[in-house]
Design a protein around this ligand. Sequence first.
Ligand code: ATP
Ligand code: MG
Length: 431
Amino acid sequence: MAQKIQSVKGMNDLLPVEQKDFKLTAAFWQAFEDVVGRWAKSYGYSQIRTPIVEQTGLFVRSIGEETDVVGKEMYTFSDSNDSLSLSLRPEGTASCLRAVVEHNLLYNSPQKLWYMGPMFRRERPQKGRYRQFHQVGIEALGFEGPDIDAEIIAMSADLWDKLGIRGYLTLEINSLGNRKERAAHRAALVDYLTRYEDKLDDDSKRRLKTNPLRVLDSKNPDLQEICNAAPRLVDYLGEESQAHYRCFKTMLDGLDIKYVENPRLVRGLDYYNQTVFEWTTDKLGAQATVCGGGRYDGLIEELGGKPAASIGFAMGIERLLLLVHEYGSLKADAAPDVYVIHQGDGADLQAMKYAQALRAAGFDVMQHSGCQSLKAQMKKADASGARFALIVAQSELESGSATLKDLQGMHGQQTVAAADLINTLQQWKSA
Ligand code: ATP
Ligand code: MG
């Protein structure tokens, strides 16, 4: 036998059935996508789909060269015929804003956009952290806030409610202020951290030179004391930024959304300013952040567009669904309504005709393929999860009827004329 070829490490198959180390099925995923599509539309967001491959320069410029994502985690390659460097997208915002600028979508009016799809980062795979993972994200472009800041938080909270996991998530918020305020804070922070340089780990030493704010993001327990006592960005906010943050919090209070202020919340990508937030859980081990976002008012301009205030968030679908699978209320709906069983010459064709008529009437119908004993087919019908079986054997074939069986018991079994099939099933289904 030829050697089997394995999938790429950290990249999952979504199967019809649960896997030992990956519980999410394609049907569960699809159920989530259905909820998400309706949810986004109910807030006035339109879907945008961009390519998975972009010029590497897009991510270098937006996410930042010194971030882990761009510095260490991107899948980058050169297109064979030219020297253009391309990368698999590690997140969705850069591509989305690139498209908005390229197609001049902000010409007439602000935009509310959402996207969903695979992202790629070469990270160490573990539960909740993969090399191909998926995000749903929203972008509200051309809105100054802080009303929209609060609205998108409410929007995310609403999705947690719809999925039955609100109680397992905590909202953390912070403000990063504007560029000037961040620069003043950065100077104080570098000053402070330099005093403790010999105590810092290698990662933090590097970040101290390249991106000092990210030192505060360190998960190293030995550094927590130093980080906790470091100068806090919130103390460097000017009146305008303070007012923005205050108003944002007042609206959250008014919407009865609980939050924790975390002055060390800085987010992993460079482009954020003012409001930032994360929804975290203590149910997924180290992979605690399910959704993160904030303002990035300067990003559109940086990508060559006219300046436009922007805010958005992205959630990791795998992490979210692992939580939903264990604690939430979402149900996968993979079972057909009706399983069609047939036996005898010509019965398969007649059964197929009934099946087509039922589908046209809105039923999901699984037709048994091939010939097996009625008993074996009945077993398959039970295993399919179908609510009803439709049986066409010799006697039904001769009398132009079919036998319906309620596999969950309530209606028992009944032979009905072909003309009454749909009616009867509709009554059974709604009873
Ligand atoms: P983390 O700190 O966990 O690495 P991040 O700050 O790098 O997360 P973002 O870039 O903000 O993550 O992406 C938004 C969300 O996408 C995260 O909150 C998480 O739910 C999900 N996510 C990010 N990286 C991965 C990954 N490698 N595998 C699975 N989900 C991921
Ligand atoms: Mg990360």
